[in-house]
Every structure is written in structure tokens, then in C-alpha cells.
Design a protein around this ligand. Structure first.
Ligand code: G
Ligand code: G
Ligand code: MN
Ligand code: NA
Length: 250
């Protein structure tokens, strides 16, 4: 409860900031885009990790103003990096999707920053949209304005393959729990293989998350993952560090 009160202040007083983790084209190693991840610089506690405050933000409703900050800031940054032709991925919670006017808000942010909708990807989790008609309707609205949609942490939650029929997704992100043992654990490799085949059959982009070794990257590329993300390439970076990476490559 204390943290919830402080989170309200944090949003108003600019204690939140964004870091960006590169998304790499596994075939060439080039940076195709990035995922915006929120961070909280707490005046007393120091860095508070999103896993410690996103749940509080969701239960208190503060995810709506927090998400508004994340969306504006990430799109503004993406527009500044426009000449690098980067895609920007932004995480959105179910609560945000259900907020009336969310699609209009995204459209307005894109217009204000002169950023093309085709370069923005909204990431949602399976649980955020599962059996939620309003959230699914928002996904259709976002797709209608040209925004891309990724199913994040794919395979972890109450995976409903039916979501792939009811939601207009453009991208599947294989959860890093399957990537961890993909070179050694047969069952994880089997899931990674099945997800890649499904993505390719449905004409969806396939992204593997949490890649930490060159062997994982090679294997996943072979399985059909066009894109990868993980500490092998880079941790999430401040805008200044990300720009340096853009100049020097991964
Ligand atoms: O880097 P990482 O530890 O930052 O992220 C931890 C979790 O927090 C991930 O599940 C990620 O999706 C989530 N997260 C990070 N930034 C945001 C954000 O801006 N909005 C939402 N809804 N979730 C986020
Ligand atoms: O749930 P989501 O995928 O949105 O969150 C991404 C989270 O995964 C962030 O917390 C990010 O810091 C973390 N992450 C990114 N790459 C790696 C990696 O290679 N290994 C591990 N263990 N975590 C990672
Ligand atoms: Mn994500
Ligand atoms: Na993820």
C-alpha cells in the first residue's frame, strides 16, 4: 500500500524512466528494434524492479497513467531514432487495453510524434487478453490503425491457442523459460520447435527471448526464429548507451 502511494508520486515527479533492450535479426545480427522496459528510481530504495511494482500498478489502477507515460516516452524516443529504421515494442497490461479510448490514445501519440504505426508493436500477455472481449476488441482496433501486436511470454500462461484465432496477432515471443535449456533439454527444444512452426504456419513473426549463448542463438535461428532478444546481444540500455550500440553494432 505504501509503495502504491509512492508510485503515484513517482509517475507525477518523473522518477520513472525507460531502458531499451535491442531485438536482433538472428540471421545478420543487425538491430531490428527494441523493447521499452520501465524502471523506477526510488528516492530512498534506489532502483525498484518492474516485477515489484507492475503488479501494484495493475491492482491499484496506476498502470493506466504509468502506461500512458511509457507509451508517450517510448514512441517519442523511437521517433528520435527514426533514421535507424527501428521497430519499437511496448508492453501493455490488460487493464490498459480495457480502458475506453486506449486505441485513440495510441493513434494520437503516433500522430504527435510523427511515428508510423507499422513500426510500433504492442506486447500483451496471454492472461491479459484471455476471455476478455473488451481487450480483444482493443486489439482489433489497434490492428486496424496499423499497429503490430505481439503475444509476449508465449507458452507460459494458461496458453490458449484459440487466442491466435480470435486476436489479430502479428508476432509470437517465445518465453525465455523455453530458451534456457533449448540446446540441452529435449522437451524445451520440442516446445521451441513447435512454436516456431506454428508462427511460420500462421505467418507471424517469431521472436525468441532470453538468449544468453551463441549456441542458443544458432539453434533458434535454425528452428525458424527470425528475431532474438537477450543478454547475449545486450541488456536493456539507457537511450545514450543504446545509441552507442547503434553506432558500433552488437
Ligand atoms: O526487464 P524486465 O525485468 O524489465 O521486466 C520485468 C517484467 O516487467 C516483464 O514481464 C515486463 O514485461 C514487465 N514490464 C516492463 N516494463 C513494462 C511496462 O512498461 N509496462 C508493463 N505493463 N509491463 C512492463
Ligand atoms: O516479460 P518481458 O519479456 O516483457 O520482460 C523481459 C524481461 O526479461 C526483462 O526483465 C529483461 O531484463 C529480462 N531479460 C531480457 N533478456 C534476458 C536474458 O537473456 N536472460 C534473462 N535471464 N533475462 C532477460
Ligand atoms: Mn515484453
Ligand atoms: Na516476454
Amino acid at each position: 500500500a505504501e509503495l502504491a502511494g509512492q508510485l503515484r508520486e513517482a509517475i507525477d515527479e518523473g522518477q520513472l524512466h525507460l531502458v531499451y533492450q535491442p531485438v536482433v535479426r538472428l540471421g545478420t545480427g543487425e538491430i531490428a528494434g527494441c523493447e521499452a522496459l520501465v524502471r523506477w528510481r526510488h528516492p530512498v530504495r534506489g532502483q525498484v524492479h518492474p516485477t515489484d511494482f507492475i503488479p501494484i500498478a495493475e491492482s491499484s489502477g496506476l498502470i493506466v497513467p504509468l502506461g500512458r507515460f511509457v507509451l508517450r516516452e517510448s514512441v517519442r524516443q523511437a521517433a528520435r531514432w527514426r533514421k535507424h529504421d527501428l521497430r519499437m515494442n511496448v508492453n501493455v497490461a490488460g487493464r490498459q487495453l480495457r480502458e475506453p479510448g486506449f486505441v485513440n490514445e495510441v493513434a494520437a501519440v503516433l500522430t504527435t510524434s510523427h511515428y508510423p504505426p507499422e513500426l510500433l508493436t504492442i506486447e500483451v500477455t496471454e492472461t491479459a487478453v484471455l476471455s476478455d472481449d473488451e481487450a480483444i476488441e482493443a486489439l482489433h482496433g489497434l490492428r486496424a490503425i496499423g499497429v503490430n501486436l505481439a503475444l509476449d511470454d508465449f507458452g507460459t500462461a494458461a496458453s490458449s491457442l484459440g487466442l491466435l484465432l480470435t486476436c489479430p496477432m502479428t508476432t509470437l515471443k517465445l518465453d525465455r523459460s523455453f530458451v534456457e535449456g533449448v540446446t540441452t533439454v529435449t522437451r524445451q527444444a520440442a516446445v521451441a520447435t513447435a512454436v516456431a512452426q506454428m508462427a511460420n504456419a500462421l505467418d507471424l513473426n517469431a521472436v525468441a527471448e532470453g538468449i544468453e549463448t551463441p549456441e542458443q542463438a544458432r539453434l533458434l535461428r535454425g528452428l525458424g526464429y527470425e528475431f532474438g532478444q537477450g543478454f547475449l546481444f545486450s541488456r536493456p540500455l539507457t537511450p545514450a548507451d543504446f545509441e552507442e550500440l547503434l553506432l558500433n553494432g552488437v
